[in-house]
Design a protein around this ligand. Structure first.
Ligand code: ADP
Ligand code: MG
Length: 257
């Protein structure tokens, strides 16, 4: 991406589930090399917004563009191929398989990756050469995120902070220009959060853009270039961490007035 390029452009994105408006005509953008935080109380529509961007849910109305291309109606695997990677709010690992296999599997399944989605069938269709290539790519990404020495450990044996970083390595295998992280710091210890923040800054310095949902305000304020605040499906504020901290609507949403 070139400096200043608009990577993600969300325009009046709307998602209704029956009578519930989970995302209410929300607009925001993410530029090249930016870390943007998406914050707001539980149920605000943050994860649903991620699902709209990654094509896991169809928009009710509005549009989403990635690097100038309208992806509103693209299937999730095509969106992943274009260069949007993501992690999910809840860790999605196969705990009995190795760290390396978990990353390789995710790389293979790409946009098709869902907790209940045909994992074994997909694995069984691989030939040896394809498998070797996948494992090589997975090992490269594990090195990049600092987990290479854990490659052959069972994924379930890792600390939560490492499991979250494993999931980031998996998302990196599709070579994304934009990474969407849904509450990656939730439940982590202080030092694990520090390690995560260091990794995310390193990825940003490599030119990646990051959109992150996170509840830990200290974490978000120290990491992000811009914040988008949602409440009840609506965007209530947008700005730098400094201005958002002073924003009346934000103070009200978080502190109840
Ligand atoms: P957040 O991630 O900000 O906590 P969500 O995007 O998960 O919020 O949810 C926003 C609202 O949409 C909530 O009221 C939630 O119950 C509802 N919701 C999310 N996904 C679905 C779905 N698949 N079907 C029906 N309602 C949903
Ligand atoms: Mg959520």
């Amino acid at each position: 991406p070139r400096a200043g390029e608009r990577i993600l452009d969300v325009q009046r994105a709307r998602k209704q589930f029956g009578g519930l408006v989970a995302v209410n005509d929300v607009s925001f953008g993410v530029d090249a090399g930016e870390i943007v935080g998406l914050i707001g109380p539980n149920g605000a529509g943050k994860s649903t917004t991620f699902n709209l961007v990654t094509g896991l849910l169809p928009l009710t109305s509005g549009s989403i563009a990635y690097r100038g291309q309208d992806i509103s109606r693209f299937a999730s695997r095509d969106i992943v191929r274009l260069g949007i990677g993501r992690t999910f709010q809840h860790v999605q690992l196969l705990p009995g398989m190795s760290v390396l296999e978990n990353v390789a599997l995710g790389a293979h399944l790409r946009g098709d990756y869902r907790p209940q989605g045909g994992v074994l069938a997909s694995v069984l269709r691989l030939n040896r050469r394809e498998e070797a290539k996948l494992l090589h790519e997975a090992a490269c990404q594990l090195e990049r995120v600092g987990l290479k020495e854990w490659m052959f450990a069972e994924a379930g044996s890792l600390a939560l902070g490492q499991q979250r970083i494993l999931e980031i390595a998996r998302a990196l295998c599709s070579d994304p220009a934009l990474l969407l992280l849904d509450e990656p710091a939730a439940g982590l210890r202080y030092q694990e959060k520090q390690a995560l923040a260091t990794l995310l800054r390193q990825l940003r310095d490599d030119g990646m853009s990051i959109l992150i949902v996170e509840h830990d305000m200290d974490f978000v304020m120290n990491l992000t270039d811009k914040l988008v605040v949602m409440e009840f499906g609506t965007k209530i504020a947008e700005g730098t961490p400094e201005t958002i901290q002073q924003h009346p609507a934000v103070l009200e949403a978080y502190l109840g007035g």
